[in-house]
Design a binder for this molecule. Structure first.
Ligand SMILES: [Zn+2]
Length: 262
């Protein structure tokens, strides 16, 4: 159990420090990835996603499960944002380790999203960085445009996995509240990057979950497009009023079996 916890903690610290959205100014050459020497790819083409995974890799062994969960999770996301179909073909590269990622794209990350190329890169093996997070970045950025602030973008991406390292978002936020680790939302919105990812990401995810499930996706989309300054107009209440409602909601959760290392 102890070694499991250490592995979990290690994966956590590796992943949260590496979520990377390479915005429209950055691009990646997916053909160069496909043709990269020293990578022997296998590929499967489905309706929405072309999967590339290395021959003999952990991903190859589990590819049917990965395909199934990826496609079903993308459909769930499309339902949340009321879209029947995402027309661009998505490309999903799965590599065994962060070292292999560096060899492939030059960045030692666990996962990254490149909206311009509709490409997601993720490690599956050394750590499991699959999930909806990066796909959310790609699909939502391409359909709605660049978000007006990072906390919304990351919060929505976390919400589309609807958990943070297997913990449900509201119970984990309650746990953070009890540990006095909560970050006031006005600060989270103003300087998201200056906080510990292990706290800022799940809190943003929990808040986005609350406002989408309570007030609907249309208002959230407006909020995404217009930004924090328009929040009071869109929700007809201030950020601190929304924050109070959200805190009341998360207090209803049960955080008793959470053991989240900070
Ligand atoms: Zn992200």
């Amino acid at each position: 159990m102890k070694s499991f916890r250490i592995i979990l903690l290690l994966s956590l610290s590796l992943f949260v420090s590496s979520c990377a959205v390479y915005d429209y100014l950055f691009s990646i050459n997916t053909n160069a990835s496909i043709n990269k020497e020293s990578f022997v790819w296998k590929s499967d083409t489905t309706d929405m996603v072309i999967f590339y995974y290395e021959k003999g890799s952990s991903a190859e062994k589990k590819i049917e499960g990965i395909k199934k969960s990826t496609l079903s999770d993308i459909n769930k996301l499309l339902t949340i944002i009321h879209v029947d179909k995402y027309d661009n073909q998505l490309i999903y590269f799965l590599v065994e380790s962060r070292k292999r990622m560096k060899e492939l794209i030059g960045y030692e990350i666990n996962a990254g999203a490149f909206p311009m190329q509709n490409a997601v890169y993720a490690v599956y093996g050394e750590v499991n960085a699959t999930g909806m997070h990066e796909f959310n970045h790609i699909i939502v950025h391409n359909l709605w445009g660049n978000p007006s602030s990072k906390w919304m973008s990351e919060g929505f991406a976390v919400y589309s996995d609807d958990n943070w390292y297997s913990y449900n978002l509201h119970p984990l936020s309650k746990y953070l509240l009890e540990k006095n680790k909560i970050i006031p939302l006005n600060l989270l919105s103003q300087k998201f990057n200056s906080y510990d990812d292990r706290i800022s990401y799940p809190l943003s995810g929990s808040f986005v979950k609350y406002i989408i499930e309570k007030y609907g996706y249309e208002k959230f989309r407006e909020f995404w497009e217009e930004g924090d300054d328009a929040l009071a107009k869109i929700y007809e209440r201030s950020l601190s009023e929304l924050e109070k409602e959200w805190i009341e909601e998360i207090k209803k959760s049960n955080s008793s079996n959470i053991d989240y290392k900070l």
